[in-house]
Design a protein around this ligand. Structure first.
Ligand code: ZN
Length: 243
């Protein structure tokens, strides 16, 4: 099976469509949450993912968009965008987002937005969070999102830190071998690693590989829609710098 691994689409339909076209025919989409929030087309992104039958776990932005959590912990721009998103969604879209689970297991893979310790909140960014996550991961491999930075965590039981972390760049291939792994495909709709291109991964369960890919998309057209929606300026500007 060829599976597109996406996360943090953030209502950026132009970026999502660029990724889906770049990926070509896939057997499935596994999405690590935050499909809404920040961007201008939340309903359109939900519709597109549903058209493809995406398998999906909730992020903090899905929960904020439905009012299931408060936006007190969000920065002001994120809270403004979350409120804008909540006002845009139809009742059936809110119900759909509310029903999304926080974790899922698909074969050898565990899916979660943040970490298995705090599924919608924790940023898996260092040895401590990685160890805590791995201790709870019951499958050999896992996917996370939330940080908007593509990354590979490799468990090293003999190592003092217990694991190794490194960032992934376009074209990097990860072999699914003996080591337990956690993989972050980066963000489709709001990359934050200094590379403004949309980020996603392609999992090939026959070849046992995960390939990180970056894709150019029409950033200006998403920015135009955000301007028309009067979304916060910083959210518009950051797309062009990948921060
Ligand atoms: Zn996000």
């Amino acid at each position: 099976m060829r599976i597109a691994i996406t996360s943090d689409i953030h209502a950026n339909l132009v970026a999502l469509d660029a990724v889906l076209e770049h990926a070509g025919p896939v057997d499935a989409i596994w999405n690590m949450g935050d499909a809404v929030g920040y961007g201008p087309q939340p309903s359109e992104c939900i519709t597109r993912l549903c058209e493809f039958g995406a398998i999906w776990v909730a992020g903090n932005h899905e929960r904020a968009a439905t009012g299931a959590i408060s936006t007190d912990e969000f920065n002001p721009a994120a809270a403004t965008a979350a409120q804008w998103t909540a006002n845009r969604l139809a009742a059936d879209e809110r119900a759909f987002l509310d029903a999304l689970p926080e974790t899922r297991i698909e074969g050898d893979f565990t899916l979660v937005h943040g970490s298995l310790r705090w599924p919608i909140w924790e940023y898996l960014v260092d040895f401590e969070t990685a160890r805590a996550h791995l201790s709870l991961q019951q499958t050999p491999f896992g996917f996370v999102g939330h940080t908007h930075i593509p990354m590979q965590v490799t468990e090293l039981p003999e190592d003092r830190q217990g694991c190794e972390l490194h960032r992934l760049a376009d074209g990097d291939i990860v072999e699914l071998g003996e080591s337990r792994l956690v993989l972050n495909p980066g963000s489709v709709g709001q990359p934050r690693d200094g590379d403004k291109r949309a980020s996603y991964g392609l999992l090939d369960t026959d070849a046992r590989t995960f390939i990180l890919r970056r894709v150019e998309y029409d950033i200006a057209s998403t920015q135009k829609l955000m301007g028309e929606a009067e979304l916060p300026h910083w959210l518009i500007e950051r797309l062009a710098i990948g921060r």
